[in-house]
Design a protein around this ligand. Structure first.
Ligand code: ZN
Ligand code: ZN
Ligand code: ZN
Length: 140
């Protein structure tokens, strides 16, 4: 019955190699225990950068209307699920739907869209380019 230790994944121990922080790929039905909210994606780092968007300012994750789960981007959503992504609905813009990967603040869509491309809590810069495709994430 002593099967509680299940750390048989890979080997090489817990080396923190190359100065790279830990990255994980998480697909359904698992979520990522580093985050307090349901969050999935491809090669997600501790500030929610992903395989697709990983510059210094790519530190937000967005919640999708279809499944209520946070993803760093829509490509992560499509990699982790088998359904069509739906943007966060307009009538729920006052609910938390944007996660700051730096301080883990959860922002409403309204609050996020009102920022000057920086987190209102910790001040980390958000990618201003995200506004160009905000309609993928929000029903605006
Ligand atoms: Zn979904
Ligand atoms: Zn991604
Ligand atoms: Zn923040």
């Amino acid at each position: 019955m002593d099967t509680s230790r299940t750390d048989s994944e890979g080997d090489g121990g817990d080396a923190v190699a190359d100065g790279d922080r830990e990255r994980r790929t998480t697909t359904a039905p698992d979520t990522d225990d580093r985050f307090a909210v349901p969050l999935r994606g491809v090669a997600v780092d501790h500030e929610t950068r992903c395989a697709h968007w990983n510059s210094a300012v790519d530190v937000v994750a967005l919640r999708f209307g279809c499944c209520g789960t946070y993803y760093p981007c829509d490509a992560c959503h499509d990699a982790a699920t088998d359904h069509t992504a739906e943007p966060w609905p307009r009538d729920r813009f006052d609910e938390p739907a944007v996660l700051c990967g730096r301080c883990r603040a959860r922002l409403s869509v309204r609050a996020y869209l009102d920022t000057d491309d920086a987190c209102p809590r910790c001040g980390v810069a958000f990618n201003p380019g995200c506004r160009a495709h905000a309609d993928r994430y929000f029903d605006i």
